[in-house]
Write a protein that binds this ligand. Structure first.
Ligand SMILES: [Zn+2]
Length: 371
């Protein structure tokens, strides 16, 4: 299944237009550096940009738009590269395939995503979630052969968490890269890469998008969302368009409803039956864990908004669609209370890591705030 929300022509790649323009110019002059670091927060578009550039480098009928190289999106190379767009799905398939191997083979198999012979995606290898030396060895073992079906060999490291030996091996490739290969290194924090790797690469830092740009993008991708919901998601995602598009609005709305009951119950010393009914629903197991994490995250986001109201910085509020509820709550929540609540929430988080019963620690959280 191709994820159409993630792969798109340059005209649909929002934001960072100067960087995109520069990279396309480099392709047109055949001057794209052999190692490109794409830095930026989660969802800023690093992976998408690396893939659309891979398509532009390998498209069989490359069109030009704005006088610069683009890709057709329909030729054999474009479509196969596009199958890598849904990274989570391809990654899960690769991990599952490894799980099904014999024990001895399992140990020697590393995770890769490859939907085109000349484009290799290298994600961190579980369970440590690090780039391992065997993964870099695969790069070394293939990078010096000319591309089989495209014009450019492309390697995309999706994370900068390299094991030491892996980083040193990569450095050797970067010292002598072949003319027909490009390595993309994606990172949220370029400081994680060896300085010697960075000095052999060209770094582009992708900025988060402005709220209105994301809202405009969401209008296209989620026409069913109301304008206030689009504004909310844009604010919650801090300018990360990928995260905004795949945002689970329904789950967030449920979590926020629960978070509001918990905070209101603590602020008003109200009867606890509604509160207990909610915390009861946070059960053990993987699903419960995800749900609880979402609740905690949402509680933080509401506490932060209360803090903004308390300090008069209402323009920074994220949950703008419920601002009147928040203002009402802020009347009884002063600075000390909000700080204490954040501290106690951090305790709940620590407890979760030790696998304490979720419902009990959530109850304790709400009740402790009443004192
Ligand atoms: Zn094409």
């Amino acid at each position: 299944m191709v994820n159409f929300f993630l792969c798109m022509p340059f005209s649909d790649f929002h934001g960072n237009s100067e960087i995109v323009h520069r990279l396309r110019e480099m392709i047109s002059r055949d001057h794209l550096p052999h190692a490109v670091v794409l830095a930026g927060g989660r969802g800023a578009g690093k992976y998408t940009l690396a893939l659309v550039l891979s398509q532009a480098l390998n498209c069989l009928n490359p069109p030009k738009t704005d006088g610069l190289p683009d890709f057709c999106g329909t030729c054999a190379n474009c479509t196969r590269i596009a199958q890598s767009c849904d990274l989570d799905a391809r990654f899960a398939e690769a991990v599952e395939a490894r799980e099904n191997l014999r024990e001895t083979d399992k140990k020697e198999t590393r995770i890769f995503v490859q939907t085109h012979p000349d484009v290799l995606v290298i994600p961190p290898d579980p369970p440590q979630m690090m780039i391992k030396v065997d993964q870099v060895r695969r790069v070394i073992g293939t990078i010096y052969y000319r591309p089989a079906e495209g014009r450019e060999k492309v390697y995309i490291f999706t994370d900068s968490a390299f094991m030491k030996e892996a980083a040193n091996s990569l450095l050797k490739v970067l010292e002598e890269p072949p003319d027909f290969a490009t390595i993309f290194l994606l990172t949220e924090n370029p400081g994680e890469l060896l300085p010697t790797i960075r000095s052999r690469s060209m770094t582009f830092t992708l900025a988060a998008l402005a709220g209105e740009e994301i809202e405009g993008d969401l209008a296209k991708h989620h026409p069913d969302w109301k304008p206030a919901q689009r504004a909310l998601v844009a604010r919650l995602c801090d300018g990360a368009v990928g995260r905004a598009r795949s945002f689970d609005l329904e789950a967030y709305t449920v979590a926020r409803q629960h978070a509001l009951v918990i905070l209101n119950s603590a602020l008003r010393n109200a009867d606890h039956s509604e509160l207990f009914k909610i915390t009861e629903s946070y059960r053990p197991g993987a699903e419960g864990r995800e749900k609880t994490e979402r609740l905690i995250h949402t509680l933080y986001s509401l506490l932060r908004d209360l803090m903004f109201i308390d300090s008069g910085a209402t323009e920074l509020i994220r949950n703008t669609d419920i601002i009147s509820d928040l203002k009402r709550m802020a009347e009884s929540a002063n600075f000390e209370w909000i700080t204490a609540a954040s501290d106690r929430l951090a305790e709940v988080e620590r407890g979760m890591r030790r696998n304490l019963l979720r419902s009990l620690s959530l109850d304790a959280f709400a009740v402790a705030l009443e004192e």
